[in-house]
Design a protein around this ligand. Structure first.
Ligand code: FES
Ligand SMILES: [Fe+2]
Length: 433
């Protein structure tokens, strides 16, 4: 077995980084179960007793709103014999979490409330002073602009340090609301990808693939757009969402990626979401009123297409979309696809985000389906003996580095992947490799 350093060369990566079970186990314990992992949005648990269950690495967790209004993230495990306390994806537990096996119950902060026939424990080691009596909490919980994260490691960077420059994802999302806040649309699509999680993360800022992978969809949408224009109509924005995928290579190459420490990154590119229809004008007027014209223009004109929070989040902040990965196995990754509603805006603006959700990110669209197919086929190829290395040579040596940030001077540079693997090596080298 090669060492971590031997697997990752400056311009290529050994295929086992995508296929090996031992490496995957290390990724779970040394990366996902240590870093700050996205749990959900505060608006997913608005009322006391509301809960939402999730996995951090391989740990079953529950995010729950307490009677004191605080949002906590607890291990979803009964201290008695380990039974999962919240069996549903989400719900309301009332004023306590009650185990379905022997009815131990817990306050919403995880502390033991009661158990049947407590006298049975008198004289034993199990009493309320014993922490084993209570539900265990994530070592650290924090939130940024309403987005809740937890880390299972007591030590490590703060949430803000972890997010670094990638926190613009949440600023950009919220700043587009005149109230500075978003609320979750409380249903997400869940897609099981039959490929390693890295395929997804690399693909998000891979500007070379859209005009190939999504050509058929992009061209079809472009034809309709053209016909409507010829007929004197204004094509709805959602045709543009799709036709833009078929832009020529040169256009994609002219965008820029900015690659931050810890593997995070931004695909720049102004998304042009400002058609001059009455709804957009009404929305812009609300933004002007809330922030003043100058600041409102800064918020409305940000050049952001995607922001990646490595190794598991892809945020398309101009359209309030967020995709979160939960790796299951070397060749199996669960993705959750969420979207958000800007507070204080007309419903038409929300519908634009919903169109994007359904047309581009949902499992029902050709865009997502074509990506998924590539990643599955990529996984099969890397599991084969047809070659040992994955190539990240594109524009290697042609990027600019400044204070640990790599600027790709070409949008299609594979600087994105090289930067992600740099972080991967750093994470897996922390505990000796
Ligand atoms: S396992 Fe939960 S009360 Fe027994
Ligand atoms: Fe794609």
């Amino acid at each position: 077995m090669k060492s971590i350093q031997q697997l990752v060369e400056p311009d290529r990566v050994h295929r086992t980084a995508y296929t090996d079970q031992t490496l995957f186990d290390r990724e779970i314990s040394e990366i996902f179960e240590r870093i700050w992992v996205y749990c959900g949005h505060e608006s997913q648990v608005p009322n006391t007793g509301d809960y939402h269950t999730l996995q951090i690495g391989r740990q079953p967790m529950v995010m729950v709103r307490g009677a004191d209004r605080q949002v906590r993230v607890l291990y979803n495990r009964c201290p008695h014999r380990g039974v999962q306390l919240c069996g549903a994806l989400k719900g309301n537990a009332g004023n306590s979490l009650v185990c379905s096996y022997h009815a131990w119950s817990f306050h919403l902060d995880g502390s033991l409330k009661s158990m049947p026939l407590p006298a049975g424990y008198e004289g034993t080691r199990l009493n309320r002073d014993n922490p084993d009596c209570h539900m265990k909490a994530a070592a650290r919980v924090d939130s940024y602009r309403g987005f809740v994260f937890a880390s299972l490691a007591a030590e490590g960077p703060t949430l803000l340090e972890f997010l670094g420059e990638a926190r613009i994802a949440f600023d950009d999302m919220c700043d587009r609301s005149p109230e500075g806040e978003v609320e979750v649309v409380p249903y997400c699509h869940r897609v099981m990808q039959h490929s390693n999680w890295k395929f997804f993360m690399e693909n998000q800022l891979d500007a070379l693939h859209p005009s190939v992978t999504h050509q058929s969809t992009g061209i079809a949408a472009g034809r309709v757009e053209k016909r409507l224009t010829q007929e004197g109509q204004t094509p709805p924005l959602y045709y543009h969402y799709l036709s833009t995928f078929a832009s020529p290579f040169e256009k994609w190459d002219s965008v820029q990626t900015v690659n931050f420490p810890r593997g995070h990154g931004i695909l720049k590119g102004y998304m042009g979401l400002r058609p001059q229809d009455p709804d957009t004008k009404a929305y812009e007027a609300l933004m002007y009123k809330a922030y003043g014209p100058e600041q409102a223009e800064v918020y409305l004109n940000r050049s952001i297409h995607h922001v990646l929070v490595y190794p598991y989040l892809s945020v398309q902040s101009p359209l309030q979309q967020l995709r979160c990965l939960r790796p299951i196995a070397p060749n199996k990754t669960l993705s959750e696809i969420w979207h958000f509603r800007l507070k204080g805006v007309p419903p038409a603006i929300y519908r634009r985000s919903l169109w994007y959700f359904n047309l581009v990110n949902s499992p029902a669209t050709m865009i997502n389906a074509d990506d998924l197919e590539n990643w599955s086929k990529g996984q099969w190829g890397l599991e084969s003996r047809g070659g040992d290395w994955v190539s990240f040579h594109r524009n290697h040596g042609g990027d600019t580095e400044e204070d640990g940030v790599t600027y790709s001077n070409k949008g299609t540079s594979e600087a994105v992947m090289r930067n992600q693997f740099k972080a991967w090596v750093e994470y897996l080298s922390q505990e000796g490799s």
